[in-house]
Design a protein around this ligand. Sequence first.
Ligand code: ZN
Length: 256
Amino acid sequence: MATLVSDGGSSAGRQRRTQRGLTRLLARDMRGLRRIIIPSRLEATVPDWIAAVRALVDQYGAASSTLAADYYEAERVAARVTGRFTVPLLGPPPEEQVSNSLRWATKDLWPRDPDDPETTEAQREPLDVRLEQAEKKAEAVAQKLVADQGRGTVQEAVRRDSQATAWARSAALGACYFCKALAIRGAVYKQDTANFRAHDGCHCGVVPVFKGQRFELSDHAREWERLYREFAAPHSGDQLRRFRLALAEHGHLPAL
Ligand SMILES: [Zn+2]
């Protein structure tokens, strides 16, 4: 008999919360690295800080990928498919990608000439504000890199496992309109080779679908889908904005 799998299933929710918990610990550890940056010696200390954050991203990324593999294996057992399969653990992102992301996060930190018209508002703030902003951005960047490693592990397993047919996006009730618009697409079949699109701070998960399983949208995703069809779909070119408004008007977007 076909088993049912859904973006709103309890194991999908648990996996999302586990990964979210992991990135919360990552943020806590990152805050512990703050003291590496010495304001009077930015040029010497920011590179050390980037190296330290990169080490954390590697460590947490490996944990994210292992947790995702455990989840995938449990889902596979629950789906009662045949044959053995070992989930390949996705490695860390290239060193350069991590460094570039962190350099981007710290770009407003450097002293600028306040009279230069190119200097932005953010760059005119006092150093402690700029530091605060840089750390916030770096946390968001690191969160995405780590979460992507877990999500990528599930996607790669779906691609390689002959018993897996598709994956779906699992968005939390509090997810943003962008993620909800993607979640209502339901099961994305592996021949479609669609990549998972995520933004900084996105906690969406990837749900594997196996042979013999039927995918169904959860009740809440079906409601998002209804709103999309009714209020957004007919407005070509303006669909995401309309969808965001419809979600907000119907109480499906978290208050900002
Ligand atoms: Zn998301």
